[in-house]
Design a protein around this ligand. Sequence first.
Ligand code: BGC
Length: 381
Amino acid sequence: MKTRNYLNRCGRMSVIILCILFNQLNAKVETMVEKNLYGKLPDGREVYQFTLKNASGTTVKLINYGAIVTSLCVPNRNGVVEDVVLGYDSLQGYINDQSYFGAIVGRYGNRINKGAFVLDGKEYHLTINDGENHLHGGKFGFFKALWDAKVVNDSASPSVAMTYVSPDGEEGYPGNVTITVTYTLTNDNALKIVYEGTTDKPTLLNPTHHSYFNLSGSLTTSILDHKLTIDADSITEIDERLIPTGQLLDVTNTPFDFRTFHTIGERINDNHPQLKYGNGYDHNWVLNSFNGKVRKVVEVYEEKSGRVLEVLTDQPGIQFYSGNFLNGSQKGKRVVYQHRTAFCLEPQCFPDSPNHPNFPSAVLRPGEVYHQTTIYKFSTR
Ligand code: BGC
């Protein structure tokens, strides 16, 4: 009898050990990066898609055209995995895109007044692509470039590094700039983006990530019910061209105060001149506790799905854009993207900083290394 119990116990132990080994093996298989041909550019160059999977059921798809996130599928509170970013169905959609869906924008994220700035006494003129201003790096910025992509083999989590060499004079910027953006999907459902850049002449470098998020699981529903906090006491005030005036505006008693949770929609139509200029929220929040270290700056909560998005960054500012220019002319993933069905959270240096000595500087000089870490972390509640 005793012998039989002992043998049973041994049997059960072996099954448990086998299960653990199988799970570990499975987790390893599941955390691999897959690489597939995604399409060809009109000049014949090949674009690849990289699929990053973790053991928690999250999948991120990236392409090396524009270093774009094409899909980001994360579980809701019941474990149902759904896509939470806008995107297109094929490469052609991204080639035609004018909204920077999922891309790395730069060299300079956001606007530079009239595309002009002075650096070390020399005046530079950048491509004008937004009214009379320069936006997100010009007509053919980082978001329209083919990046050189490599799977990072020595990473504990699935990871892809993309590098682009932006030539001297591109879109009017001085210096050859080499930028590497490394996307890593961690097992706790964080998409970590690390940027590194160098130059051979003094220049500007201020890239950011431009995913359009909708946490509901449906890319056709409004984002106005999403609840938001931003750890910032002020915004950089803008004029009617969305160019900073140079003044900081205290958020106290304004629709820009997100220091406690408010839905995006609660005050978006208030009669505030800044909301008129932005067509809603399209402003840079001056983030608290800026000391070069990564800290949590934003939390978004979507009640029905239970999804939570936290943004952590080492940057001084974040552009919160409430999808005001989505107007039904963008189509992808078998749906039409309507007004305010997604929002962007773009950590960066302040817009138009080269023309405002009181703003943090985005100047990069030879010998220096530009560095940014931003994390989009998903969970449920
Ligand atoms: C800007 C918006 C702009 C949008 C382009 C955002 O980062 O703040 O003003 O319209 O990008 O899709």
